[in-house]
Design a protein around this ligand. Structure first.
Ligand SMILES: [Zn+2]
Length: 183
């Protein structure tokens, strides 16, 4: 313990995106819009289309963030999964706020991809932002991680539930505190 090296969220997100593209689509999904050949798609597969939409939306979000910080970034890489490295290389010298938002975004997408791939256990490694205990579980219908602690409640008395965006924010913040302490 303590020496455990956290896997790099960007390379994890990239390999997950690659997996999603491989498992759920029968054609290459590229980062560029309009280059997907519609004729190669099998008709009547809404699940696949949803995954394609998910991949596209993810790439578009990363692209938007990158271009806002680095308008000279140039064209997207041909492969969707390469978008994370593209983003990082173009924002490497951006200010702290941009880099923090980028890291939070990539981390959140990594959680989203994992859940898409069926691994909802990714939320368990986060402490509940409300009570600090370990015991979050994913509730698909709510699209949120719910705390198992009976005494942990939302302000309105309802179940304590957190978005992936919130968990990602907390995770990156905690990571920064650890880095600051270590240096
Ligand atoms: Zn809680």
């Amino acid at each position: 313990m303590g020496t455990e090296v956290e896997p790099d969220p960007a390379s994890q997100a990239a390999s997950q995106l690659r997996l999603l593209a491989q498992h759920f689509t029968q054609y290459p999904v590229t980062g560029r819009t309009g280059t997907r050949r519609a004729t190669a798609a099998t008709p009547g597969t809404p699940l696949n289309l949803t995954v394609v939409d998910h991949i596209r939306a993810s790439v578009a979000e990363v692209e938007q963030h990158t271009r806002a910080a680095a308008p000279e970034a140039g064209p997207l890489p041909a492969e969707a999964a390469a978008v994370y490295e593209w983003c990082r290389s173009h924002t490497a010298h951006a200010d702290e706020t941009v880099r923090r938002r980028r890291d939070t975004l990539i981390y959140r997408q990594q959680l989203e991809h994992a859940i898409r791939l069926g691994d909802t256990t990714v939320v368990r490694r986060h402490r509940c932002p409300g009570c600090g205990t370990v015991g979050l579980h994913w509730r698909q219908a709510m699209q949120r991680a719910v705390c198992r602690n009976q005494r942990c409640r939302a302000a309105d008395g309802g179940v304590s539930a957190w978005t992936l965006a919130h968990l990602a924010h907390e995770h990156i913040e905690a990571q920064e505190v650890r880095v600051r302490r270590a240096t």
